[in-house]
Design a protein around this ligand. Structure first.
Ligand SMILES: CC(C)(COP(=O)(O)OP(=O)(O)OC[C@H]1O[C@@H](n2cnc3c(N)ncnc32)[C@H](O)[C@@H]1OP(=O)(O)O)[C@@H](O)C(=O)NCCC(=O)NCCS
Length: 164
């Protein structure tokens, strides 16, 4: 497995990953458009991570850091690659990449019915700290989101305790 920084050259691959990983928008939220991905790629403070497994692009994550805070903007793994630790690998990679930038706290939003993603985030030490009403903003699917956060120093303490 390999995780690399994505550039504009990866835009078509990122677009396919988004469309296929976010095919169930009532749970995962809608896929980003290619234009939306392109507008964020290479922006200051943004890091876009592309995961290959057995030479196949299988997942991606995009993070944005501002001062000592960062946000997980999007995370997706292709259905065929799920349940093999790839989502967890992208989370670990993101935290490891953001920490040297001085990031201390990471936030994310996740639909309250996205139980797999919530499990993944809780397993990484994220805690629910708030709720955003009507996350997707459509009358057709009025789903709230949890706001979750992770203090990177707490995570380090947790993993030290688990290893001792
Ligand atoms: C959420 C997502 C990224 C998880 O990716 P994944 O590669 O399947 O996750 P992993 O295999 O690394 O599993 C990590 C943890 O997630 C949880 N998990 C994974 N599959 C699960 C399942 N079928 N049921 C319950 N929990 C599950 C577990 O807690 C697991 O940890 P464990 O293996 O220690 O038990 C993937 O399901 C996805 O792309 N979903 C669609 C897009 C999406 O919802 N993105 C998040 C938007 S906020």
């Amino acid at each position: 497995m390999q995780i690399v920084e994505a550039t504009m050259a990866h835009l078509p691959v990122l677009d396919v990953l988004q469309q296929q990983a976010f095919a169930d928008p009532h749970i995962s939220g809608p896929a980003w458009t290619e234009a939306a991905i392109a507008s964020m790629l290479g922006m200051p403070g943004v890091t876009t991570r592309l995961l290959h497994n057995h030479d196949q692009a299988m997942g991606m994550a995009m993070w944005r850091a501002v001062a000592d805070e960062a946000e997980l903007l999007t995370l997706g793994v292709l259905p065929a690659g799920r349940g093999q630790g790839l989502g967890r690998a992208l989370m670990l990679d993101g935290v490891a990449r953001l920490a040297p930038w001085g990031v201390e706290t990471i936030f994310l939003e996740v639909a309250v019915n996205n139980l797999v993603a919530i499990q993944l985030y809780q397993g990484q030490g994220f805690a629910i700290v708030g709720r955003r009403r009507n996350y997707y903003g459509t009358a057709a699917a009025s789903i709230d989101a949890h706001v979750m956060s992770l203090h990177i120093s707490d995570r380090k303490r947790l993993s030290n305790e688990q290893n001792s």
